[in-house]
Design a protein around this ligand. Structure first.
Ligand code: ZN
Length: 263
């Protein structure tokens, strides 16, 4: 790891207020809940229709990511607004009636801020964040705001039944590169023991400041960006309760597929 080539500046005022020590419980931590619709392994298996509407999803979070029914693009939620980014790269507000087959949301309350200095790629960003996490045994919600020299992101095309598995669906994904782009990246880091339930490691989505485009982050350059983190100590999972979920093969092989297409 080449950590010598860049440095971290910790925001002391915020950290003083909110630093979280392993094994200690703060009062406000109890309120940090990750609400999840279905599992990533079910999405990998092609369970692309769910029962939870965005009207209901908003009761559980103002911040999050996932997709919408029929795998019709990437979903990102921030500041209480949820956007669909279709495979043509165009972002639009999601109507309350639309449903999601996979989503992870929370009410985001940053507990820790970090300022990125220097220029690092996505892998280095993940390694750097790993170094500053108080423990890797919880999930974290992450928000990164800034102007990014380069961002590479993707969106997935709407699928038709009978649905193919995710590894097949992403073969026709659209990939976008934007340079000198301002916006917000949000997402989660989930521990490896949650593999199959959620993505093992970092899963981030992006939307531009003008809310016109974005997607699932594949790579990029990150510099002079503010990273905010919130430790999650409660996780609620709403399983789809559909015939498709009942029948889906959610064996161990799905986790390996998820690692290939979502990380
Ligand atoms: Zn994604």
């Amino acid at each position: 790891m080449k950590l010598k080539h860049y440095s971290w500046m910790i925001s002391l005022p915020l950290m003083t207020l909110s630093i979280v020590l392993p094994g200690r419980t703060q009062q406000n931590e109890k309120l940090t809940v990750l609400f999840q619709v279905s599992t990533i392994s079910a999405l990998a298996a092609g369970v692309y229709d769910g029962n939870v509407s965005f009207k209901d999803l908003k009761k559980h979070g103002d911040f999050g990511l996932g997709t919408v029914n029929a795998l019709d693009g990437e979903m990102i939620g921030l500041d209480g607004k949820f956007y669909q980014i279709k495979s043509n790269g165009v972002a639009s507000l999601i109507p309350d009636s639309l449903k999601s087959p996979f989503a992870a949301v929370t009410f985001f309350k940053p507990q820790k801020s970090i300022y990125l200095q220097g220029k690092i790629n996505y892998q280095q960003l993940q390694q750097s964040l790993d170094k500053v996490l108080p423990t890797k045994n919880y999930a974290y919600a992450i928000r990164i705001q800034g102007n990014f020299p380069v961002l590479k992101f993707r969106s997935v095309p709407k699928q038709s039944p009978p649905y193919p598995p995710l590894v097949e669906a992403v073969k026709s994904q659209s990939v976008f590169d934007l340079r000198n782009v301002s916006g917000t990246i949000i997402g989660f880091r989930t521990p490896s023991y949650m593999q199959g339930v959620n993505v093992n490691g970092y899963h981030l989505h992006f939307i531009t400041t003008d809310r016109k485009t974005g997607g699932h982050i594949l790579d990029g350059q990150f510099q002079n960006a503010k990273v905010e983190l919130s430790k999650i100590s409660n996780i609620e999972i709403n399983l789809p309760n559909t015939a498709e979920f009942d029948k889906a093969d959610l064996g161990d092989g799905r986790a390996a597929e998820v690692n290939r297409v979502e990380r």
